[in-house]
Design a protein around this ligand. Sequence first.
Ligand SMILES: Cc1cc2nc3c(=O)[nH]c(=O)nc-3n(C[C@H](O)[C@H](O)[C@H](O)COP(=O)(O)OP(=O)(O)OC[C@H]3O[C@@H](n4cnc5c(N)ncnc54)[C@H](O)[C@@H]3O)c2cc1C
Ligand code: SF4
Length: 526
Amino acid sequence: MVGEREWDVIVIGTGAGGGTLAHRLAATGKQILILERGDYLPRERDNWDSTAVFVSGKYRAPEFWYDKHGDQFPPEVNYYVGGNTKFYGAALFRLRPEDFGELRHHDGISPAWPIQYDVLEPYYTEAERLYLVHGQRGEDPTEGPASGPYPYPPLQHEPRIQQLSDDLEKQGLHPFHLPIGVNLTQDASGWPTHDSVCIRCNRVDGFPCLVKGKSDAQVICVDPALTYDNVQMVTNAYVRRLETDASGRSVTKVVTALGDGSTAEFSADIVVVSCGAVNSAVLLLRSANDSHPRGLANSSDVVGRYYMRHNNLALMAVSKEPNPTQFQKTLAMNDWYLGSDDWDYPLGGIQMLGKSDDEQIRGEAPRWAGRAAPNMPFEVLAHHAVDLWLCGEDLPLSDNRVTVDADDNIHLVLDEKNNIAGLNRLRHKLQGMLGHLGMHEGHLLDHSIYLHKGMPIGATAHQAGTVRFGSDRATSALDPNCKAHDLDNLYVVDTSFFPSIGAVNPSLTAIANALRVGDVIAERLG
Ligand SMILES: Cc1cc2nc3c(=O)[nH]c(=O)nc-3n(C[C@H](O)[C@H](O)[C@H](O)COP(=O)(O)OP(=O)(O)OC[C@H]3O[C@@H](n4cnc5c(N)ncnc54)[C@H](O)[C@@H]3O)c2cc1C
Ligand code: SF4
């Protein structure tokens, strides 16, 4: 019986962090139990249906959290095997070397990490290989040194995006091929070969992949890990609480609500929490006991604090020429990542989003009334849409905080204006270039359906920072190996360990770090 066995390692959560760590440990032969609150995502036509995914939010977790006014909001979270990577855009970036040091921003300091880029670099290289990342080194002026080339060639631009790349270069900028994790084999023109798993369609961003072409944590890590006899997974297994021994130094029980309504208690030598930044903090806070009155691993009182999620803008420009691109996520630009001629502070990066279609644009229409080319029918507008994503760094503020109340409701307090000056400048720079990029100058519209509009609190897709790691136990919950300072057998490997978030997508860093921590745990287990 799963519940009656003594496991070597229990991994809670199967996203970028937990899924990857379980994969790393599978080959050790140690007895590993994976607990996942969700089930497998059903494979059905709706996986690729814009209305089901974006307008109705069919797959989003059916829950509400509370903001600082006590108002409910639906968070952008998905509970399935593979976690949020089932829905992610698979843009798999490394942080810049500067992101690991202290960086001065307009609104304050982005703190240094306890490890530097060179420590994570070999794991970034392994992570890129594992998650089938396609990219091109040497194009992005901000990229750090790498010990090897990308394992797969970059995804070729389709003609309208190649034109955009050429036009950006004419402006003296350095667009580059966006690193992306897909199982695509390209022919000479960039289209899939007859035996390619990925078919290079227009559903890559925000949709789950029906044909297992996207490098998500289920396909890349959990499914292969489960081929080992020593690895087992229980789905619909919602971990409610961690209990410790009398000394408070060891987690002894993982108390779990199962899908049939029963409760089970699992135990292991090592417990790894990887529930996503908000839910990991909630689990630790909810596990308070006499030895840990503020919650597990929380003698520093940082658990739940320093929540980050990126300052995001999803925008749509309107191309003068049609944009028949299928797979649009092939280009990015970091020229102003660390600053610009007219601004001493970091602005952030620009990258392409998945191509919007007329169903998504129809969903946006009420908000755009009077602003979006009034005489353009939705289908025509969709055919001219060029979708862009601007990403700036938000700073870790102690009062940006996750808590859980006596009725088990999740509360999220967030200063939405935190460090947005750089992002506003980035938008302004893009707006000023539209005429040179073959776009209508007046139109740069917010996509609310994609990643919510602007940065309302529900945009939790890039959540991070709530169980930060560090060398000083007074200001961090985890040590540099992501083990809780206060406990001997508790690790956390989702994005909650980030002390700062940079301005690139977080998953590759969570994946690389999970490989690193996996090695630490494997060595410890002998
Ligand atoms: C639409 C969208 C697009 C995105 N695009 C990108 C992108 O292009 N590039 C990128 O880098 N990132 C992207 N992201 C963000 C990325 O998905 C996350 O950063 C990443 O998945 C975080 O991994 P994680 O392990 O921290 O958590 P998650 O992936 O959220 O995994 C947490 C897991 O824990 C499970 N869980 C939670 N609570 C419990 C519990 N109590 N008991 C048991 N199990 C539990 C959850 O069901 C889930 O499986 C995107 C996200 C979204 C939603
Ligand atoms: S582009 Fe490839 S990976 Fe993305 S949804 Fe289509 S088939 Fe899947």
